[in-house]
Design a protein around this ligand. Structure first.
Ligand SMILES: Cc1cc2nc3c(=O)[nH]c(=O)nc-3n(C[C@H](O)[C@H](O)[C@H](O)COP(=O)(O)OP(=O)(O)OC[C@H]3O[C@@H](n4cnc5c(N)ncnc54)[C@H](O)[C@@H]3O)c2cc1C
Length: 443
C-alpha cells in the first residue's frame, strides 16, 4: 500500500522520511518548481521561506527540547540542520541552500520514496498526509474548504529582508552577542537617539503593499510586521527587536540607544537577515527606510520582506491527537496547516503524522505522544477542545503539565521539564512495538 504525502516542505519531507523508514512506500507530491507559492524561491524540497534559524538549540528552551526529541526519533530535518549549521550563538541556524539540498538528496535517494513534481488539486483516495503548508495552492485550498467547511481558516504573516554582508558599513556595525554570552555571532547596527527618531518617523509613515482581504484576517502576534510594532508607540521597537541592552558598542564602550541585529544567513557568511524586520512595506519603501539605519545606508537587498496569507485548519475540531481527520481517518494532516507555528514545530508534526501513517498502514494503532514530551504537549494543545479562538501555536514549556514539585529557578525548572520529557519519550518507545518506532534506518 502506498502513502501519498502532499507537499515537499518541512512537514511533508519529515513525514515521508519517517513512513519510508518504517518500510512504507511513499509518493511525495510537490508542485514547485513548476508552480510557486509566492514566498518560495526555488525548486528544492524543504526550502526555508524566511529566517534561516530553527531557533534555540538548548533543551532549556522548549523548541530546543523539541529538536532533541526529534534527534532521538531520527529526524531527517534536524539531522540535515545539524549538518549544515552556521554560527548563531545558542540558536540552530543553517545555510539555507545547503540545508534544502541535503534534505532533497536524502528524500530523492530513498528507495521507497518517489517524488512527483506536480500540483495536487484534490485530496486523493487512500492513505494520505496533507502537508501543503500556509501557502497551500488555491485549487487544493478550495477542495479542503469544501471538505472541511467553516473549520478551514486563514490569517496573515510576514517575512524579513536579507542583505549582503559586503554592503553593511563595518565602520559602524560590530559583532557581539547580548551580554557577551556565547560567540559574537550577531552583526549589530547601532543608532543614536536622533537617528532612531528619524527612522521611527519615516517607518510609521512609509507606504504599505496592498493586500486583498487583509482587513478580514488576523495578524499573528508572534510574527508582527516591524511597522505595526512601531505604530504601537515610539519605544515599542526598543523593547522588542531593537533592544540595546547587553550590546555595548566596543568602539566607545557605550550602550547605543537602539540596535538592529543582523543574523548570518548562509554558510559563507555573505548574507545576513534583519532580525525581527518582517514587513509589509512596499519594496521601494523598505530600501528607503531601512537605509536610514546608519550602518545600512548602502545596504544591498537580495530579498525584500513580504506579507503573505497563512492557511490553517481548526485542528481542535477536526483532528485526533494522532493527527488523523476525525471524519476520515485515512487522511492525516501535518505542518503549519494544522495550526502549529514555526519550522521545527511543522517538521515535528510531520514526524508524528509519518509515524502514525506507518502504524495505520501496518495495521497498528496510531500513537498519541505523552503530553509531558514537547511533541505530545504541542499536538495536545492544537487538538484538544479548549475555549477561545484557535490561533497557531509555537511550542513553549507552558504547554507541558507542571512538574510535581515547584521549582523557583527558571533554568532548573526548564531542565526538570527536559529531563522528564526525555525520560517519558524513552519509556514510551521502549514499551511500544519497536519495529515501528525505532527502525534500523532511524536509529
Ligand atoms: C513567508 C513565510 C515566512 C515564514 N517565516 C518563518 C520563520 O522565519 N521562522 C519559522 O519558524 N517559521 C516561519 N514561517 C512559518 C512556517 O514555519 C513555515 O511556513 C514552514 O515552512 C511550514 O512548514 P510546512 O511543511 O507546513 O509548509 P511548507 O514548508 O510551506 O511546505 C509546503 C509545501 O507544499 C507545497 N504545496 C502547496 N500546495 C501544493 C499542492 N496543491 N500540491 C503539491 N504541493 C503543494 C509547497 O510548494 C511547499 O513546498 C513562515 C511562513 C511563511 C509563509
Amino acid at each position: 500500500m502506498t502513502l501519498n504525502v502532499i507537499g515537499g516542505g518541512l512537514a511533508g519531507c519529515e513525514a515521508a522520511w519517517q513512513a519510508a523508514s518504517r518500510g512504507v512506500k511513499v509518493t511525495l507530491y510537490e508542485m514547485r518548481p513548476e508552480q510557486s507559492t509566492g514566498a518560495h524561491h526555488g525548486g528544492q524540497l524543504a526550502e526555508l521561506v524566511c529566517s534561516n534559524s530553527l531557533r534555540a538549540d538548548s533543551v532549556l528552551n522548549a523548541v530546543g527540547l523539541l529538536k532533541q526529541e526529534m534527534r532521538l526519533l531520527g529526524s531527517l530535518i534536524i539531522g540535515a540542520a545539524d549538518r549544515t549549521r552556521v554560527p548563531a550563538g545558542g540558536a540552530l541556524a543553517v545555510d539555507r541552500e545547503a540545508f534544502a539540498k541535503a534534505v532533497t538528496e536524502q528524500i530523492e535517494g530513498h528507495p521507497l520514496i518517489t517524488v512527483v513534481r506536480e500540483e495536487v488539486h484534490a485530496v486523493p483516495e487512500g492513505y494520505t498526509i496533507v502537508a501543503t503548508g500556509p501557502l497551500t495552492s488555491s485549487s487544493l485550498a478550495e477542495n479542503l474548504r469544501a471538505k472541511l467547511g467553516e473549520d478551514y481558516l486563514a490569517f496573515f504573516d510576514a517575512a524579513a529582508p536579507i542583505i549582503t554582508r559586503d554592503s553593511v558599513d563595518m565602520e559602524l556595525a560590530y559583532f557581539a552577542s547580548r551580554y557577551d554570552k556565547g560567540d559574537a555571532d550577531y552583526l549589530n547596527c547601532p543608532m543614536t537617539e536622533s537617528q532612531y527618531e528619524v527612522f521611527y518617523q519615516e517607518l510609521v509613515q512609509a507606504k504599505l503593499q496592498e493586500i486583498k482581504d487583509l482587513d478580514k484576517l488576523v495578524v499573528f502576534e508572534g510574527c508582527m510586521p516591524i511597522e505595526t510594532m512601531a505604530s504601537r508607540g515610539r519605544d515599542t521597537m526598543r523593547f522588542g527587536p531593537l533592544k540595546p541592552v547587553g550590546l555595548i558598542d566596543p568602539r566607545n564602550g557605550q550602550r547605543p540607544y537602539a540596535v538592529v541585529q543582523l543574523r548570518q544567513d548562509n554558510r559563507e557568511g555573505t548574507l545576513f537577515n534583519m532580525v525581527g524586520f518582517q514587513t509589509r512595506l512596499k519594496w521601494s519603501e523598505q530600501q528607503r527606510v531601512f537605509r536610514l539605519i546608519p550602518a545600512l545606508a548602502r545596504a544591498e537587498f537580495v530579498r525584500f520582506g513580504v506579507m503573505h496569507r497563512n492557511t490553517f485548519i481548526n485542528s481542535r475540531r477536526l483532528l485526533t491527537p494522532s493527527l488523523e481527520l476525525r471524519s476520515d481517518p485515512r487522511l492525516l494532516f501535518a505542518g503549519q496547516l494544522t495550526g502549529v507555528e514555526g519550522y521545527v514545530e511543522s517538521a515535528a508534526s510531520g514526524l508524528i503524522a509519518g509515524v502514525n501513517a506507518a502504524c495505520k498502514i501496518s495495521g497498528r494503532a496510531p500513537l498519541v505522544f505523552p503530553v509531558e514530551t514537547a511533541h505530545g504537549a504541542l499536538i495536545n494543545y492544537i487538538t484538544e477542545d479548549q475555549p477561545g479562538p484557535f490561533q497557531p501555536m509555537n511550542v513553549t514549556f507552558g504547554l507541558l503539565p507542571p512538574l510535581d514539585c515547584r521549582v523557583k529557578d527558571k533554568q532548573r525548572r526548564n531542565q526538570g521539564y527536559a529531563d522528564r520529557a526525555i525520560g517519558k519519550l524513552t519509556d514510551f518507545f521502549n514499551k511500544a512495538d519497536p519495529c515501528y518506532l525505532f527502525s534500523p534506518e532511524t536509529t
